[in-house]
Design a protein around this ligand. Structure first.
Ligand code: NAD
Ligand code: ZN
Length: 346
């Protein structure tokens, strides 16, 4: 089968991955599931992986097939698999968990001590077939097509995970801010809008992203290349700041907003990454705000997100590309030419 594989780290996105002929994965263990991939979202994390940004955090055996936002149809199952059968449409949580470590017992999928992460530590879904496990797949409800839901496997669940933490501290009258309305952000905004009464301000450098935000529930829009984010939010929030900030960019310039735009006691959620946090310790003491880390989301949260999709509360804005166009997609994302999410159709 064909698979888009990373052989060595590079900053040159035009030649990041190569399309190789590799063996089709087969059922080996009793809980294995093989999925014919119908859609696989291209995430900015794929650009980061190609650049080698994950090499010091996780083991990455190269060459490796990337792709962690996968959905498709089950074509093979191990002897003990009950949850799904051949022909079932599924969305694939990117992490295969062991089920027996303490984090797994607590439902903390992302902290599993024996995990494998498609497209990050093991082969992913930019290929015709994906090897995963029963613990990682979620059967799709009738009427939800794999190709339409694929980006929720990572962009969606990550945005949902952060939004769910945020809404527990968002009361009517509060303000929330979404920084970066791209693949993750356009979902995070809709999750906030569906689950809280807070007023939401969207911040993005692209007018096309702000137009999307306008249609997806944002009450206020700010383009930092045209307006002062701090001054605008000061006006919008009557000087109080935003109770919850979801930062889907995570650059120095966006983490630096925190002391000025976050309300006392509020949170600045780090979801995007690449930059640093350099604030005086005193700034966190003075405003008692927190920086909160976010890594993907739990299996159970992906089930919840599928429910939001089924009841039409969360839409996906996507464009589709062939496997052979994958490096072009990587370059387009780098140049901010993708609105919403690009989906590869292997
Ligand atoms: P994307 O390129 O689709 O979206 C980023 C958006 O941010 C774009 O609309 C862009 O115009 C906007 N933007 C860029 N710089 C900005 C700035 N300074 N101010 C305002 N807006 C700005 O990217 P994505 O795929 O949505 O990923 C976003 C980030 O989240 C990436 O860093 C990615 O690696 C990360 N990510 C994190 C997790 C996690 O588990 N925490 C999971 C997936 C992706
Ligand atoms: Zn585990």
């Amino acid at each position: 089968m064909q698979a888009a594989r990373l052989h060595e780290y590079t900053d040159e996105m035009s030649e990041g991955l190569s399309i190789d002929d590799v063996d089709r994965p087969t059922v080996e263990g009793p809980t294995d599931v093989i999925v014919e991939v119908e859609g696989a979202g291209w995430c900015q994390t794929d650009n980061h992986i190609i650049e080698g940004m994950w090499a010091e955090y996780v083991p990455q055996p190269l060459p490796m097939t990337l792709g962690h936002e996968n959905a498709g149809t089950v074509v093979g199952t191990g002897a003990e698999v009950d949850l799904v059968a051949e022909g079932d449409p599924v969305i694939c949580h990117p992490v295969q968990t062991c089920g027996t470590c303490r984090p797994c017992r607590l439902g903390e999928t992302m902290y599993c001590e024996n995990d494998a992460f498609n497209g990050l530590t093991t082969d992913g879904g930019f290929a015709e077939y994906l090897h995963t496990s029963e613990r990682s797949v979620i059967p799709l409800p009738a009427g939800v097509e794999p190709i339409d839901i694929a980006p929720h496997a990572d962009a969606g669940i990550t945005a949902y995970h952060a939004a769910k933490k945020a809404i527990s501290d968002l009361n009517p009258g509060d303000h929330a801010v979404v920084i970066g309305v791209g693949g993750l952000g356009h979902i995070g905004l809709q999750c906030l809008d569906a689950m809280s009464a807070a007023r939401i301000t969207a911040v993005d450098l692209k007018d096309s992203a702000l137009e999307l935000a306008d249609g997806y529930g944002a009450d206020h829009l700010i383009n930092p290349s045209e307006a002062d984010v701090r001054a605008e939010l000061d006006g919008i929030t009557d000087g109080k700041g935003a109770a919850q900030v979801l930062d889907f960019v995570g650059a120095d310039v966006t983490t630096e907003y925190a002391p000025d735009i976050t309300a006392a006691g509020g949170d600045h959620h780090i979801i995007g990454y690449g930059g640093h946090i350099h604030e005086p310790a005193q700034a966190l003491v003075n405003g008692e705000f927190s920086f909160v880390g976010n890594i993907v989301g739990r299996y159970a949260e992906l089930q919840e997100l599928v429910s939001l999709v089924e009841q039409d509360d969360v839409d996906l804005h996507t464009s589709r590309f062939d496997l052979g166009e994958i490096n072009m997609v990587a370059e387009k994302l780098e140049r901010r030419e993708i609105d919403g999410r690009a989906v590869i159709t292997p």
